[in-house]
Design a protein around this ligand. Structure first.
Ligand code: DGY
Length: 312
């Protein structure tokens, strides 16, 4: 008998095909009335396949009384009601580690782009402005100060990348990490005031909501750049837009926003901002590794073993 799973939203076609081969899986998002469907059939499913984007809220968990396991595509857990899952004893498989390299690469792609004006220079050439104008000077990256908010799995890889640019490095974290050689800033304010580039690599969710506030942005100052490959919620987005528009910080490289896919209108006209559509882990190689981890977590669970990557 194949285990019955419910899937919250679309996933890569290869992963969906593999899931359909191994399980009896139902696409909730294709239902015209998902709430009514859950009320009638929620108790049929023992597994939930979801993603960092769709997560699982308390109402969904409540509507699935036979649920035993969740397998999520992605590292972020901010869209899950972790407390509701914990109370019901439902383990959550997810896909950390395999995406560290690509997310760290994207942080550096954004950092290099916004400091050296790569995207702006590309637009300049395409507009034909090179024929008549001199492109403005940019900001040097090598040897500068890099501040990292969040010295977790991804923060550590970003820190390693920085050594290739001879950057000086400090970080701020809830707790000082005993196993990294970098300077620890006891407050985010101190880190921002010190850094030329402040990279947000912390998790999203309630604990980090709004941490990068107007005060932190003002501490970063008119020569400082903000890079965010974590979650839009970690910044006060209105304060960030205001700081960018009024040049109270030098620029920003952003892969994430508060209400994706909405991007504040005011940012679209700015050349000192690089905007990406939440694609930090979005390479063929990493997405394939993440898909495999979704499958491996389920295989391990249904074989009675601990999942490879389990959050709860
Ligand atoms: C993740 O894995 O959490 C990415 O940000 C995609 O949502």
């Amino acid at each position: 008998m194949r285990h019955r799973l419910l899937q919250t939203g679309p996933l890569a076609p290869d992963l969906e095909a593999q899931l359909a081969r191994q399980y009896d899986i139902h696409p909730l998002w294709k239902e015209s009335d998902p709430k009514a469907f859950l009320a009638d059939h929620g108790s049929d499913f023992v597994g939930l396949v979801t993603s960092a984007r769709h997560g699982a809220d308390a109402a969904l968990l409540q509507a699935m009384p036979a649920l035993k396991v969740i397998s999520s595509f992605g590292v972020g857990l901010d869209a899950f009601d972790l407390e509701a899952a914990r109370v019901k004893g439902i383990p959550i498989g997810y896909t950390p580690d395999v995406l560290n390299d690509c997310v760290a690469d994207t942080a550096f792609a954004l950092l290099m782009d916004v400091a050296r004006n790569v995207s702006a220079a590309d637009r300049f050439v395409r507009r034909g402005d090179w024929r008549t104008q001199q492109f403005p000077l940019a900001t040097k990256v090598s040897g500068k100060r890099l501040g990292i908010l969040g010295m977790g799995r991804i923060g550590r890889v970003i820190a390693r990348r920085a050594s290739g640019f001879d950057m000086e490095l400090r970080y701020h974290n809830r707790r000082q990490a005993s196993d990294v050689p970098y300077g620890y800033a006891p407050t985010l304010h101190e880190l921002a005031a010190w850094a030329d580039f402040l990279v947000i690599a912390s998790a999203g969710g309630d604990e980090t909501r709004g941490l990068v506030s107007r005060e932190i942005l003002d501490a970063l100052g008119p020569k400082g750049y903000l890079i965010n490959i974590s979650r839009g919620s970690v910044t006060d987005q209105d304060a960030l837009v205001d700081a960018l528009v009024h040049k109270r910080i030098a620029g920003a490289g952003l892969d994430v926003f508060t209400h994706e896919p909405e991007v504040p209108e005011a940012l679209l006209a700015l050349d000192n901002v690089v905007l990406l559509p939440h694609v930090a882990s979005n390479t063929h190689e990493t997405r394939s590794d993440m898909a495999q981890r979704v499958l491996d977590n389920l295989t391990a669970f249904f074989a009675g073993r601990p999942m490879i990557s389990q959050a709860l």
